[in-house]
Design a protein. Structure first.
Length: 131
């Protein structure tokens, strides 16, 4: 099984569905996620009456993200662990503009780019992931 790049049915952004997450989903009998971690977290918050102090869904620059499963923690690409948004509204997702580290075009990403870490446009991201 290799990592997959999926497209969110809500916001249209691409997100990684790692080998570990695929194994976890298969073990639990879940189908592939249709929404990115951020949109899943927003929907979960809306279903629970707007309580936004839950774990999961945060982008982790060290090579993965929490997918928002599990009570208070969340299944993470690196094992079981926390994450969390604190007080996050369920409004529109904030997008950031960056320059693609590969081709130099403008890239719109759902996280604040940090110095020293590459950011790719969707085309270069897809080619970096082998898809």
């Amino acid at each position: 099984m290799a990592d997959k790049t999926l497209t969110c049915s809500d916001c249209g952004m691409e997100f990684a569905f790692t080998e570990r997450e695929q194994a976890f989903y298969a073990e639990k009998g879940f189908s592939e996620p249709r929404r990115c971690p951020s949109c899943r977290a927003s929907r979960k918050a809306a279903r629970s009456g707007g309580d936004s102090s839950f774990g999961g869904g945060s982008y982790a620059g060290a090579g993965g993200y929490d997918s928002g499963y599990g009570a208070g923690g969340g299944y993470s690409a690196g094992g079981y662990g926390g994450g969390g948004f604190g007080n996050r509204s369920s409004g529109p997702r904030e997008m950031f503009t960056a320059t693609c580290s590969s081709c130099g075009r403008e890239a719109r990403v759902p996280f604040r780019p940090t110095n020293g870490k590459p950011v790719y446009c969707s085309d270069c991201f897809r080619s970096q992931r082998g898809g």
